[in-house]
Design a protein around this ligand. Sequence first.
Ligand code: FAD
Length: 527
Amino acid sequence: MVKKMGIEDLREAWDLVIIGGGITGAGVFREATRMNLNVLLVERMDFAWGTSSRSTKLVHGGLRYLKDGHPLLTKTSVEERERMLKEAPGLVEQVGFLMPVYRGISPGKWSLDIGLILYDLMAHEKQHRFYDTREFSALTPHLKRKGLAGGFRFFDAQVDDARLVLRLINEAVAAGGCALNYTAAREILRNDDGQVAGVVIEDTETLEKKTLSTGAVINATGAWGEELHPSPDRKRHLRPLRGSHLVFPRSVIPIEQAVTIVHPADNRPVFAIPWEGAVLVGTTDVDYKEDIQKEPSITEEEISYLLEAIQLFFPSLDVSEDNCVSTFAGIRPVLSEGNLSPSEESRDYVVWKYKGLVTVTGGKLTTFRKMAWDTLKAAKAFLPPVRFIGRRDPVFSPVPDRIPEEDFGLSAQTWRRLYGRYGEAANELAETATMADLKPIPDTLTLWAELPFAAKHEQVRHLSDLLLRRVRIGLLTPMGGKEYIKRVQKLCESSLPWDRKRWKQEIKDYLDLWRQSYSIPNRKKQE
Ligand SMILES: Cc1cc2nc3c(=O)[nH]c(=O)nc-3n(C[C@H](O)[C@H](O)[C@H](O)COP(=O)(O)OP(=O)(O)OC[C@H]3O[C@@H](n4cnc5c(N)ncnc54)[C@H](O)[C@@H]3O)c2cc1C
C-alpha cells in the first residue's frame, strides 16, 4: 500500500524518477520496480487526478481505429485487453456491446461485420454475432425500433480507471518503489554536457522543495507533457481535446450491456455503458480552450450533444439533465499537426528521448504496459545495468481465484471485485471491517469498508481524493454522496488526522469542487 511519507523523508539519489501519477506513469513505475530499479514517482495533484480517472473506462481494441486505418493500434489494444482480462479479474471485466444497424444509416451491416471479424481474429476467438430485429430488440428493449434492421453483439472489457492506477502504484510500492502525490517536478537539472543530473521537486501544499539526483527522468505528464519537454517535432504538438460524460442511475437507462449508437450530428459513436451500478454516457471530442491547469468540466453544449443522441435512440426513456447523477470531463493528450478534426487525430503514443529525459505521451489506458516497455527501453542507456524482465510476465501480482475460508458473508462476486481493486490487501480490508461496513453503499457496488481502508493505506490528502478516486461514490451517488458524508467522516476519522475545523473545510471544498466540475453546470437544485 502507498505509505504516508513526505519529501523530507526521501533519500537523495534515485536510479529513475517518474513524473506523473496517471496510468502511464503508474505503468512505467510498476515495470521499473519489477526490474529492481530504485525508483520514485511524483504526482503534483492526486494519483489518477488527470485524464486517468476521467476516461470511458474501457479496456478495448477500439473498433473505430480499424475504420480510421490504425489496425496496429487495434491489434496491440486487443492483445493487451486479453492479457488484462486474465491478469486482473475483478478489476478488468468483460462487457457485452450491442451495436444496432439501421436501414440507410452508416455504418451498414457488412462493413460492421468485416470490422468485427478482424476484431475477433485479433483476439483469436469468434465472439461477435448478428441478431435479427426481433432478437436484437429483446436484448435492448428500449432502443428505437423505427428503421432497425437488427444488430451485432461483441465483447470488450471495462475497468475502474482510477483503481487500475492505484493497483499498479500499490504493487510497485510493495515491490520497493516510492510514490508521492501532491508533489510536483519543478525543474529538470542537467550537467555541463546537457545530461539529466537531477530533479527539483516541491510539495504543492507545504511548498517544501528538495533536489534529487538521478540520471534518468520519465516525463509521463500526459496532456501537460510539453511543459517539461517541448515537442522535438516542430510541426506536431500536444492538442488538448476534452471528452466528457454524463452518469445516470441504472433505473433511468436500464441496460444490461453497453450500447453503441451513432450520433446523428457527426456520425461519431456514443456509448451508453453500465458501470459500477450506474450508466455512463459519452463521450465528446472537442478542443479544450480553457486553462489546462484547472479541473476540466463538461459544458452545456456537450450535455445537449450527448442527450440528443440518447433521447433519439432511447425514445421511451425519460433521460434528461434532471435525472443525471453526475458529469465528468477529461483531457486527451493527442499529438497533432493541427489539420484534422478532433476525432480524426491518432490515439497512438509517442516516446521522445533527450539526454536522460524520456517523454511518453498520447496513447490509451489500454496500452499502458506496451507504453511502459517502450519507455523503459528508451531510458535503458541512462539506467544502471539491469536485466529487463520478460514482456510476457504478468504485470499484476496474482490474487486468489477463490474466496477465502473466512468469507465474512461476502459473495464470490464481491471478493472478485475486492481482489481486483486491492490485490491481496482485500483480505485485510475484510478482516478489519465491521459486518455493517461490509455492505454496499446504496446504488453502488462499493462497500462502506473500502472508505476507511483507503483512507488509512492509500495516501489520501483530501476528501476529494477519497470520494472521487479511491472509491467512486462522487460519480455514482446523488450530489457527490452528500447525504453520506457524515458516515464517511465517522468511518474515516481515525485514519485521517483532521480536527473538526479541517473536516468542515474538507467537506466544503469537496462539495464546491463537485458542484463546479462534476455536476450539471448551473443546475438550479444543487443544494
Ligand atoms: C474522455 C476520454 C475517454 C477516454 N476513454 C478511454 C478508454 O475508454 N480506454 C482507454 O484505453 N483510454 C481512454 N482514454 C485515454 C486515456 O484516458 C488516456 O490516454 C490516459 O488516461 C492518459 O494517461 P496519462 O497517465 O498519460 O495522463 P494523465 O492521467 O493525465 O496523468 C498525467 C499526470 O501528470 C501530472 N503532472 C503534470 N505535470 C506534473 C508535474 N510537473 N509534476 C508532477 N506531476 C505532474 C498530472 O497532474 C496528471 O495526473 C480516454 C481519454 C478521455 C479524455
